[in-house]
Design a protein around this ligand. Structure first.
Ligand code: G6P
Length: 599
């Protein structure tokens, strides 16, 4: 959701670097974009008008030549996901202040912006947009009348309420200042002297460097005179930060030969499961002990990660005979009366940056609870807020609809449930066997079989998914997958709940997917499918065995307790195929963002 990137260094193609970086951040979801840059032919240390270029729509549609921008060694860029004010060129970032001295890009929400807007209007500032961001640019300029650039930004960040990441430049010198609170910002340290990148996520600058510095909340970076400095806004002290070398390579963040990231990431599940269960046994046992000792454990996540947590609730009950609570991140604050310093919160997140999950962590932290996170993005905010981190190790996931991170999260939680029962090795063996089965399953013949089904149902308006036990949350997840990319109305239900209402929606030919594992739920979910069939429903069975009630059978291997992992994979493929057939972009579905950094 919104992407920031900036370049400053010896290269004279800063604009191209920044626009290409914005393209690599496209997965975050956005509706317009823009850049600001300083032409290289001008004296960089004299006041000069900063050039701004904005567009509505996809950066991929930008086909013009970079030559039009001339040479530049100093540029910032932004992809906007509209919150305040419609999707227009004018509302796109960067925003400029009254006297054009300050230019700024911003992620997040400036919650108290209206108070400042009124205050600034009284001081003769005029606003050209409805955005909260423009107000920050004016606010900094107001301080800039009596303070240095750096102090003006410091004063402004004290005034901003809400979660944000800002990146500010001025028209007088080549200083770039970025500050964050609740929205990610990472600094890339380039290979040449004085070369720096600032971005919302690492893939933005991965072709240039793997040396990064993570900015924490209430911290600020100042890039000037070919150097970087850091400052802590809460203590008002200069601070030192460590440069970390990350081991992601650019291939892992590119599409390669695949048409879409979503398909690439589905196929990567051949390896990702094995990678994710390759964890330090000491950490896994430490987490198992923390669950044993906690007076109440909450699993917290949003969207797909939330559904994974719901599955885990069943797995812990069945495998470890342990009750674990679940809450969506956005609902967790309403449980806070139950949270104390003996509570354990386990956050599950691909990005480690989802605002609602982060808020849950903040609430738990304030109450003194212990925090463990299962996250994919190394060094993310959640990881850094946690007492223990279990890395998901799925590699960069770029398609908005989560696939490989989901199955890896499920694998780690299955392993943890076994660890709580004292059988971590047993869990690991089961998961290794499951990984092997996934490897066999993901072949072109399998894809074709699912494509055939996609062709059959591509024009339908609604579909339903049913499951029981641990496969009930998977039915919910299956529905999300289908909604996100195919835009077909899809809903998941617990098999037994159908007769309490939703069965009224079934008519001749309504497709219903039944998740039918070989376990204690088999008989009953088959009888639910039979009830639906009796009302005209078209039954798509995801199962290791064909049952007479199925109109279409999608075969999956029988992997026992890991059936939620196995059963979601064909649905991921089906959702992808439907998206393609319906001419949707599966990587960037409308209205959605990969990393939801606003509440
Ligand atoms: C967004 C994404 C989902 C994801 C959810 C939680 O809604 O579109 O795919 O499941 O955020 O994200 P997280 O990064 O915390 O797993």
């Amino acid at each position: 959701m919104c992407g920031i990137c900036a370049y400053q260094g010896p290269e004279t193609k800063a604009v191209e670097i920044v626009i290409e970086a914005l393209k690599r951040l496209e997965y975050r979801g956005y509706d317009s974009w823009g850049i600001a840059y300083k032409p290289a032919h001008l004296d960089q240390n004299k006041p000069q008008e900063i050039e701004i270029y904005k567009e509505v729509g996809k950066i991929g549609d930008f086909k013009s030549s970079y030559d039009q921008f001339g040479k530049s060694s100093f540029a910032i860029g932004h992809s906007r996901w509209a919150t305040h004010g419609g999707v227009t060129k004018r509302n796109a970032h960067p925003h400029i202040s009254e006297n054009k001295e300050i230019v700024l890009v911003h992620n997040g929400i400036f919650e108290n912006y209206l108070n400042f807007k009124k205050y600034l209007e009284k001081k003769a500032h005029t606003f050209k947009t409805e955005t909260d961001t423009e107000v920050i640019a004016h606010l900094i300029e107001e301080h800039y009348k009596t303070h240095s650039f750096e102090d003006s930004v410091k004063l402004a960040v004290k005034e901003i309420e809400g979660r944000y990441a800002i990146l500010v430049i001025n028209n007088k010198d080549n200083t770039m200042i970025a500050a964050r609170k609740g929205s990610p910002l990472i600094i890339g340290v380039g290979k040449s002297k004085g070369e720096y990148f600032i971005a919302s996520d690492i893939p933005a600058f991965l072709p240039y460097t793997n040396k990064v510095v993570y900015l924490d909340d209430n911290q600020m970076v100042i890039v000037e005179n070919q150097k970087i400095r850091f400052f802590d806004n809460s203590t008002q002290q200069a601070i030192e930060k460590r440069i970390i070398e990350i081991d992601w390579d650019i291939e892992s963040a590119e599409k390669g030969d695949f048409d879409h990231f979503m398909l690439k990431e589905i196929m990567e599940q051949k390896d990702t499961l094995s990678r994710s269960i390759n964890q330090d046994p000491i950490t896994i046992n430490k987490v198992a002990r923390a669950i044993e000792n906690a007076h109440g454990t909450y699993l917290v996540g949003c969207g797909t990660a939330g559904k994974v947590c719901m599955v885990a609730e069943y797995l812990f009950a069945k495998i470890a005979h342990k009750h674990i609570n679940f809450s969506f991140g956005s609902e967790f604050p309403y449980h806070q009366q139950f949270i104390n310093n003996k509570t354990l919160l386990i956050a599950v997140s691909q990005s480690g940056e989802t605002a609602d999950t982060l808020e849950a962590l903040e609430v738990a932290q304030k109450k003194g609870a212990k925090i463990i996170s299962i996250v994919n993005v190394e060094g993310s905010t959640m990881a850094r807020m946690s007492d223990i981190v279990i890395p998901i190790k799925a590699g960069p996931e770029k398609a908005v609809a989560s696939t490989k991170a989901t199955t890896s999260q499920l694998a780690i939680l299955t392993m943890l449930a076994y660890a709580c029962d004292g059988g971590v090795e047993k869990g690991k063996q089961l998961l290794i066997a499951t990984a092997g089965q996934i490897n066999d399953m993901l072949n072109p013949r399998y894809e074709n079989h699912i494509r055939k089904l996609a062709r059959k149902i591509r024009k339908i308006e609604s579909m339903y998914i049913i499951g029981r036990g641990a496969n009930f949350p998977m039915a919910l997840e299956a529905a999300i997958k289908l909604q996100e990319v195919s835009y077909i109305h899809a809903e998941g239900f617990a098999g037994g709940e159908l007769k309490h209402g939703p069965i009224a929606l079934i008519s001749e030919g309504t497709p219903v997917i039944a998740l039918v594992p070989n376990d204690e739920t088999t008989k009953e979910i088959i009888s639910n499918a039979t009830e639906i069939k009796a009302r005209g429903g078209y039954i798509i069975g995801v199962s290791s065995e064909n049952h007479p009630v199925f109109d279409y059978w999608i075969r999956v291997p029988d992997t026992g307790a890991t059936s939620p992992i196995i059963n979601i994979i064909p649905i991921q493929i089906l959702a992808y195929q439907l998206a393609v057939l319906r001419k949707n972009n599966p990587d960037m579905p409308r209205n959605l963002a990969k990393s939801v950094t606003v509440k």
